[in-house]
Design a protein around this ligand. Structure first.
Ligand code: SF4
Ligand code: FES
Length: 243
């Protein structure tokens, strides 16, 4: 067994954030999430974190581990620290913190809905200013005459948004997963998607950093999809000019 230190960012309500440290005995083959669960079970029942499936399917356990976005249920402790080492765990960036390691993924869900790919099982959605509380919808209903899709393999975990340097500076930027959802649908017959993709908050805001693809725990490759969508938008612009 290894003895390691978890350094966990804590924040409740409007209070300033700080780090709490916990010494934990772990099997190096265990996962980062296992250690967090031990802390909750034996050290501090007020620690808030989110998890469900424990096998990289639900997308609930996304956090930053030593500064890098990870699904903590599939991140082995031995791959991110050593015996006697420290694991710093932070909530995802670019989302409001609800409590400790839990963020509100509502901004991502709203953008996915705007591009016709809403999450089927939203994990949380606190109201934005001026909005009514919207209860999670079991089965999203598309607008009349419209159609909803799923972005294949996307866990709606928000990890790509957390890693995106543009999302960090512009909360209105659509971001990797929503732009990937437009790319998968194509622009033909979707003027509303073309308008979103070809806008200030669309493909032109991307800096091609590919941080999203580097951290995506699934096979979505949002960075490549954004580049392909940019190609599609450019082709449409040229077609309009040339006729
Ligand atoms: S594209 Fe990848 S990182 Fe982004 S929400 Fe989907 S699964 Fe998560
Ligand atoms: S707990 Fe479901 S993806 Fe990690």
């Amino acid at each position: 067994m290894w003895k390691i230190t978890y350094r966990i960012r804590r924040q409740k309500g409007d209070e300033a954030s700080h780090y709490d440290t916990f010494q934990v005995e772990v099997d190096p083959e265990e996962y980062v999430l296992d250690g967090i669960e031990k802390i909750w079970a034996f050290e501090d029942r007020s620690l808030t974190f989110r998890h469900a499936c424990h096998h990289s399917t639900c997308g609930a356990c996304g956090m930053r581990v030593n500064g890098v976005e990870k699904l903590t249920c599939i991140t082995k402790i031995k791959d991110v620290t050593q015996d006697g080492g420290t694991l710093t765990v932070d909530p995802l960036r670019n989302f409001p913190v609800v409590s400790d390691l839990v963020v509100d993924l509502g901004p991502l869900y709203r953008k996915m809905e705007a591009v016709h790919a809403p999450p089927v099982h939203p994990l949380s959605m606190t109201p934005w200013e001026g909005e009514d509380i919207r209860p999670p919808k079991e089965v999203p209903t598309p607008p009349e005459g419209g159609e909803y899709i799923r972005l294949p393999d996307c866990l709606e975990c928000g990890i790509c948004i957390s890693a995106c340097p543009v999302a960090a500076s512009d909360p209105d930027y659509l971001g990797p997963a929503p732009l990937a959802a437009i790319q998968i649908q194509g622009l033909e017959g979707h003027p509303e998607l073309l308008a979103l993709a070809d806008s200030q908050q669309g493909v032109w805001r991307c800096h091609s950093a590919f941080e999203c693809s580097a951290v995506c725990p699934s096979s979505v490759d949002p960075g490549w999809r954004i580049m392909d969508l940019r190609r599609q938008v450019t082709a449409r612009r040229l077609k309009t000019i040339i006729g």
